[in-house]
Design a protein around this ligand. Structure first.
Ligand code: ATP
Length: 140
């Protein structure tokens, strides 16, 4: 299968750089799979699980809200936070989930509601990746 260069960057580090077959990434319009030859575009991504396929092996990670730029020569994803399952602190994610749920119950302004809803989405996604994504690459 054709490959393309994928780079995933956070403010602190280069999380991933390599030739891949595809990346599946959650976007506002639903999950999107990018493969070699995809038309150039930029879109916003949602917090959730990303799946990278490299030489028939897959690896999953958590990616927070961000952007992805698909170019003919390289695809770059930018996000505030990206974590492999083994780097996710489950207790911290559970605490973040409880905090966000409590804040949502208090039902404040629309702006606060939005922030807490997205914090809850991050926490749920981290817990899902932690439980679903085993450490390392998996053969398909
Ligand atoms: P919290 O309220 O626990 O900080 P958050 O969703 O607001 O959660 P982010 O803003 O997404 O946190 O991330 C801030 C930094 O903390 C990033 O570097 C991110 O990788 C790290 N981080 C946040 N939650 C976790 C977690 N559960 N496990 C590992 N790293 C985490």
């Amino acid at each position: 299968m054709s490959k393309f260069l994928l780079e995933i960057i956070t403010p602190e580090k280069q999380f991933f750089k390599g030739e891949v077959e595809s990346i599946n990434i959650p976007s506002l319009g639903g999950a999107c799979t990018i493969m070699a030859g995809h038309q150039p575009m930029v879109f916003a991504t949602e917090p959730g699980m990303i799946t990278i396929v490299e030489e028939g092996r897959t690896r999953e990670a958590f990616m927070s809200e961000g952007f992805i730029e698909v170019r003919p020569d390289e695809t770059i994803a930018f996000s505030e936070a990206v974590e492999w399952p083994e780097d996710i602190d489950e207790r911290r994610a559970k605490e973040a989930k409880e905090r966000a749920e409590e804040m949502l119950r208090r039902n404040r302004s629309a702006a606060e509601y939005k922030l807490n809803r997205i914090a809850l989405q991050r926490a749920f996604a981290r817990l899902r990746v932690k439980h679903h994504g085993d450490a390392g690459w998996k053969d398909e």
